[in-house]
Design a protein around this ligand. Sequence first.
Ligand code: KG4
Ligand code: ZN
Length: 397
Amino acid sequence: MKILGIETSCDETAVCIVKAQGAKEHPSFNVLGNALYSQIKIHAEHGGVFPMLAKREHAKNLVPLLTKVLKDADMYHSGDQKMDLDKIKLILNREEGLFEQIIELLKNIKKPDIDLITVTSGPGLEPALWVGISFAQALSEAWDIPVIAANHMEGHIISPLISPSTSETSGLPPLNLRGGSEGEIFPALALLISGGHTELVLVEDWGKYNVIGKTRDDAVGEAFDKVARILDLPYPGGPRISRLAAEARAENSESEFTLPRPMIHSKDFDFSFSGIKTAVLYMVKKFEGVGLSESQKKSIALEFEDAVTEVLISKTRKAFEDCEIKTLIIGGGVIANTYIRESFTKLVQEFPGVQLLIPDIDMATDNAIMIAAAGYINFLGGKTASKNIIAEGNLAL
Ligand code: KG4
Ligand code: ZN
């Protein structure tokens, strides 16, 4: 079946069309069109994501992105389109300017060969989520195609199964396949490390999730972003810190600073990252007036990356020891970090029965393909379409 995926939960506007096939045990996804507009530059001026600005940018970019993916998927053909304009207008009543843009596109093209629309309904920034949901529902109304809601975090769990670089995948992980094979993914442990979440989740099957631990304060990506801000590095901080730390590693330098590893010895699977950030803040305060040199910034980045990685590895190792698992799945923007990827690759080598599934770097951060994939898995699991999807900022797994 062909699925239109829409993602607007934070600061990436993303639309894709994928051809999904196969059973739940080994789905395959063929990417027919994929487009993403990152608002990073716009938010960087403010040092973080502003929900109302994100909403406005999504509304501006969804139609151009949809047009592009329809063309890429060879679904952009001229023709007539009968629509109930009043209904569509009502659906889009809170999304400024989107109605005019959608109608302009729809009146010129035939209904595309799409079977299902999937849209992120949460977790995320509610004003941003609403734009994607209204957009999906307006298209559903115009084209008479069902819509189902997808959980953004489930998208991150599924992301390692998809490799858009080859555009055709077998549902089997394209990378890092160690032991295990088709249908032998579960039970799995998913470590979700993004800008809004840090969670350890036992995955018995698609749709069967048990969150065994999570952060009590900041998410790991949030800690990267906040530490970057303290070091005067632009938003988003993850890639910046990671680059500085990599430079320090390449120079073989040892950090001249020491940061705490919060909760590393706690008996549960919870995390806490705000203490590391506060420690960096106090450290930097000592240099007030003189300022930090480039090499001191590198040194802090190195120690911060080490501290965060050690905590993540230690909690994951504990989960390996306590729970019977076949696969470690890691999802979320922070797994774009090279050092963290390498550290987890080494960790699983200690556990020969466990395979590691991590996404390609461009699938680690937010995208629409993981949302289409989550929609497909949900569809196979019997989830029904809805005309009344609502944005849920704190939606749990
Ligand atoms: O999953 P994602 O794209 O969005 C959310 O769902 O939150 O994750 C974004 C987060 C940001 O905090 C960003 O700084 C972090 O992922 N990130 C990284 C790297 N690339 C992105 N953190 C560490 N190292 C990176 N290379
Ligand atoms: Zn995300």
